[in-house]
Design a protein around this ligand. Structure first.
Ligand code: VG1
Ligand code: CO
Length: 543
C-alpha cells in the first residue's frame, strides 16, 4: 500500500455554515471536493500524525463512500487510530459521546442533518473538537482558510475497509476500530435517566410512538425504547436508516412529520409521541392532542430536570439561542440560575458547557441537550420527557398546563421563506439593518417598538466575538420579532422570521397561537417589506 500525493487546487465556497459544510451531494462527489475539505480539516488542526479520530454519519447517500475516502486519507496522514461506527453509522450525539468517552482528538461527522438525502439532495461534513462539540468559529475559519491554499492532499492506495462488523483491522499503519454505534450511547442514557420508572410506566399501559423518519435514530430508539424500556415492538416506526430517508425530509416538525401530528390529534392518539432528524440531534415532542413547541420543551425540561437521576443535583445554568423564546428565562429566574443567550448553532454552547456555566441548552429549531455530550440530542430529550412524565405521574397536556400557569406562556412560531434569491434576501436584511437606529419609539402594527438591534455575542469564556447574528425587534406588551438568514441551506437563501408573544394572564393561556401571533406577522411584513423584497406573500414552512 503506498501513499499517493494528489495535486489539487483550492475550491471556492468551502466555508462551513451554522453546522459544518453542507452542499449538494453531487458537488461533494465532484473531483477533489470531499478530499480538499478533509485535507483542510487535517491541516487546520495541526495534522493527524499519531492522532485518534471518531468517524461516522447519518447513513445518507454517499455516507459509506465518503467514510472510506476519509479513512484512506487519515491513514496517509499517519493517524494512529480511527474509531468508526459499524456501517459508518453514528448519530451526531453518539459521535460526540464517543469522542468524549474515548478521549480522542476529535471526530468527523458525515451529515446534512434534517436536509434531504440522495444523489440530488444534500450532503455534509462536520468536524468536532476533542470536547465532542462542533468546531467553534475560530477553527472553522481556519479550515476555510486552508481550503483556499491547498495544492495537494495525501491518500493511501488501498481497498475498502470492512466496516460491517465490530473489531479492529489495519489500514496501512493505522488501526480501524469498528464499534457498535448504539452500545456506549445506551449506557450513557441508562446513567442519566430512571429506566426502571419509565419501564414501569410503559408496563402499566402508557403508549408511545417514536418516528425515526427513516434516519439514523432508528437503531438507537429500537434498542432503548423497545429493548431496554419494553415499549411494544412497532412503537418505533420508520426505524431503518435509508440513504434517501424514504424520499422525505428527515426534519421533525409539524410539516415534515405530519403523520405523527395527525396521529396525536386523532382518536387513537398515544400518550406520547416524538420524532428525530437525519442525524439524531433534533426532537419534536407531542402529547395526546398537543404539539409542544421546542422553546416550551426546553423550559419544561429545565423546570423538571431534577426529577431525572443524572440532574438530581440541580442545574448550573441554562442557555438558549437568541431566536428561542424566553420561556426558559423565567424558569431560570425561578430556579435562581443564570440564563445565557447565544447565537444560533450548537457550537456556541460548547464553552458554556465546558466551563460549567450551563447544564441544559436549547434552540427553537427542535434542539435540546445537556452537558452529557456537546451536541444537541434528540433521544436524550425524549427520555428526559419520559422520565418527567413517569416521575410526575402526569400526561403531557397536564404538564404543559401546569407549566404555563406557573410561568406564563410564550406563544411562538417560525416562518421560513426558502430558496430566495440571495441578493434580494441580503438587500432586504441590509435595508432593515440600516433603519434599526430609527425604529425604537416608532410603531409597528399598532404597537410601540421598544427596542431594535442586531444581535452580537461575546463568548464569556474566551471572549470570541460574533457579529451579525440576527435582527431583533421588541414590541410593547411582550412581543418580539427576529429575522435572520439561515446558514445551513444549500439552495439560494432562506429567511427565518421568528415570532413570539409572552402572555401571563391566566385566562389567555389556551389561545390559538396563529391568532395570537398574527399581528406580529403583520408587523414583520410592515417593517421588513418581505413581499416587496422577495416576491413572496407567505412562508413556505411554518413551525
Ligand atoms: C438551523 C437551525 C439552528 C441549528 C442548525 C443545525 O440553522 O436554525 O438552530 O443549530 O440548523 O441543526 P440555520 O442557520 O439554518 O437557521 V442540524 O440538526 O441541521 O445540525
Ligand atoms: Co440534526
Amino acid at each position: 500500500m503506498s501513499v499517493l500525493t494528489i495535486e489539487t487546487a483550492p475550491i471556492e465556497g468551502q466555508k462551513p455554515g451554522t453546522s459544518g459544510l453542507r452542499k449538494k451531494t453531487r458537488e461533494f462527489m465532484g473531483r477533489h471536493y470531499l478530499e480538499n475539505f478533509v485535507a483542510a480539516i487535517f491541516a487546520a488542526t495541526g495534522g493527524l500524525a499519531g492522532k485518534t479520530l471518531v468517524l461516522g454519519g447519518d447513513g445518507r447517500y454517499f455516507n459509506d463512500r465518503a467514510a472510506q475516502v476519509i479513512l484512506r486519507m487519515a491513514a496517509a496522514e499517519g493517524a494512529r487510530r480511527v474509531i468508526v461506527g459499524q456501517g459508518a453509522i453514528l448519530s451526531t450525539p453518539a459521535a460526540s459521546n464517543l469522542i468524549r468517552q474515548r478521549r480522542t482528538d476529535g471526530g468527523i461527522i458525515l451529515s446534512a442533518s434534517h436536509n434531504p438525502g440522495g444523489p440530488d439532495a444534500d450532503f455534509g461534513v462536520k468536524f468536532n473538537t476533542p470536547n465532542g462539540g462542533p468546531a467553534p468559529e475560530e477553527v472553522t475559519n481556519r479550515i476555510h482558510a486552508e481550503t483556499l491554499r491547498l495544492s495537494s492532499y495525501r491518500i493511501l492506495e488501498a481497498q475498502d475497509v470492512d466496516l460491517s462488523r465490530p473489531g479492529i483491522s489495519r489500514l496501512g499503519g493505522m488501526e480501524v476500530e469498528v464499534v457498535d454505534p448504539v452500545a456506549d450511547y445506551r449506557a450513557l442514557m441508562e446513567r442519566l435517566f430512571d429506566f426502571p420508572a419509565i419501564a414501569a410506566m410503559i408496563a402499566r399501559g402508557f403508549r408511545l410512538r417514536f418516528d425515526a423518519m427513516h434516519a439514523v435514530t432508528g437503531p438507537y430508539a429500537r434498542a432503548i425504547l423497545e429493548g431496554a424500556l419494553g415499549a411494544p415492538e412497532g412503537s418505533v416506526v420508520n426505524a431503518t436508516p435509508l440513504p434517501d430517508f424514504g424520499g422525505g425530509h428527515p426534519d421533525p416538525n409539524p410539516v415534515w412529520a405530519r403523520p405523527l401530528v395527525d396521529l396525536v390529534m386523532g382518536p387513537d392518539a398515544p400518550d406520547f409521541a416524538a420524532a428525530s432528524d437525519g442525524d439524531g440531534d433534533r426532537n419534536m415532542i407531542l402529547g395526546r392532542g398537543l404539539y409542544v413547541t421546542p422553546s416550551d420543551s426546553l423550559a419544561v425540561l429545565a423546570a423538571n430536570a431534577r426529577l431525572a437521576p443524572g440532574y438530581a443535583g440541580g442545574l448550573k445554568g441554562v442557555a438558549r439561542s437568541m431566536p428561542t423564546s424566553a420561556a426558559v428565562d423565567r424558569v431560570a429566574a425561578a430556579l435562581g440560575i443564570p440564563c445565557h443567550e447565544t447565537p444560533t448553532g450548537w457550537k456556541f454552547f460548547g464553552n458554556l458547557l465546558d466551563a460549567g456555566l450551563a447544564t441544559i441548552c436549547g434552540e427553537e429549531s427542535f434542539g435540546t441537550g445537556s452537558d452529557h455530550v456537546r451536541e444537541k440530542d434528540g433521544l436524550w430529550a425524549v427520555l428526559m420527557w419520559l422520565n418527567i412524565l413517569a416521575a410526575r405521574g402526569e400526561g403531557v397536556a397536564a404538564v404543559m398546563a401546569g407549566h404555563w400557569r406557573r410561568f406564563g406562556r410564550n406563544y411562538y412560531a417560525r416562518h421560513d421563506y426558502e430558496a430566495l434569491d440571495p441578493a434580494r434576501a441580503g438587500a432586504m436584511m441590509a435595508a432593515l439593518r440600516d433603519r434599526l437606529p430609527q425604529l425604537a419609539g416608532g410603531e409597528a402594527a399598532g404597537r410601540r417598538i421598544e427596542a431594535a438591534d442586531e444581535f452580537a455575542y461575546t463568548d464569556p469564556v474566551d471572549g470570541a466575538r460574533s457579529e451579525g447574528q440576527g435582527i431583533r425587534i421588541r414590541l410593547e406588551g411582550g412581543g418580539r420579532i427576529v429575522l435572520r438568514l439561515s446558514g445551513t441551506g444549500t439552495e439560494g437563501a432562506t429567511l427565518r422570521v421568528y415570532l413570539e408573544q409572552a402572555e401571563a394572564r391566566p385566562d389567555r393561556l389556551d389561545l390559538d397561537p396563529a391568532a395570537v401571533l398574527a399581528p406580529l406577522a403583520a408587523a414583520a411584513e410592515a417593517l421588513a417589506g418581505i413581499r416587496a423584497h422577495t416576491g413572496r406573500a407567505a412562508p413556505d414552512v411554518t413551525t
